[in-house]
Design a protein around this ligand. Structure first.
Ligand SMILES: [Zn+2]
Length: 216
């Protein structure tokens, strides 16, 4: 992945002090429609909804590398184009990344605690549907099918803490103590004791503040 691949789909524009990844002439109207629909919202909430991506969900993406790289490219592009604006880049590891303007109410701190990692539902939905269909075809009721699926899922994934078997070698001999990745402070990694594959133990949302460069 090159910076140009990210910038190809990254074209933030300003309208009256509001920066969104959409054409400038659409910003005011879209914001008005959302306010009318939702009632009220913080600017950063709407921006984090609009200005987001899921880089870790690519087929060959390594989140430990791709997410910090996205943050770097976004930081440079936002600072270059809007030097008098401050932003926050938010990374929810393995799930979504977003950016919004630094306002009085925008969150700026990392989450307090790491949470045992479980894959976002979007990653496993097709597999979920496939297995439900298969179990239905075999004549198992849907409630039972769901419970069976969840039990299977828990037994074969190590991603809820260090419980379960290695998803590479299927060994259940355990994992090393989790440590924060050197490349990604929102991800703790552990190693399978059998095959030494690195697996995600836990994640937390992290935030990077980009301060305006010339408006100080
Ligand atoms: Zn293994």
């Amino acid at each position: 992945m090159e910076a140009a691949d990210i910038l190809e789909y990254f074209d933030p524009q300003e309208y009256e002090g509001l920066v969104f990844d959409m054409p400038a002439e659409s910003i005011g109207r879209n914001l008005a429609i959302e306010v009318a629909r939702v009632g009220s919202m913080e600017l950063w909430e709407y921006q984090s909804f609009v200005n987001h991506d899921h880089p870790a969900m690519g087929p060959d993406a390594n989140p430990v590398e791709i997410e910090p790289f996205y943050a770097l490219v976004w930081r440079q592009a936002l600072s270059d184009r809007f030097p008098s604006f401050s932003f926050v880049i938010e990374t929810s590891p393995m799930d979504r990344m977003t950016w919004f303007q630094l306002t009085r109410t925008a969150p700026t701190e990392d989450d307090d605690k790491f949470q045992d990692y479980s894959p976002p539902i979007a990653l496993s939905m097709s597999e979920f549907q496939k297995s439900i269909k298969q179990m239905n075809d075999e004549g198992i009721g849907s409630e039972e099918a769901r419970e069976t699926y969840m039990a299977n899922f828990r037994s074969r994934t190590p991603r809820r803490g260090n419980v379960g078997s290695c998803e590479k070698c299927e060994s259940n001999s355990g994992f090393t103590e989790p440590v924060v990745s050197e490349k990604h402070r929102g991800i703790r990694l552990m190693q399978c004791l059998t095959c030494e594959t690195e697996l995600i133990h836990s994640t937390k949302t992290i935030r990077e503040v980009i301060t305006a460069t010339f408006a100080k």
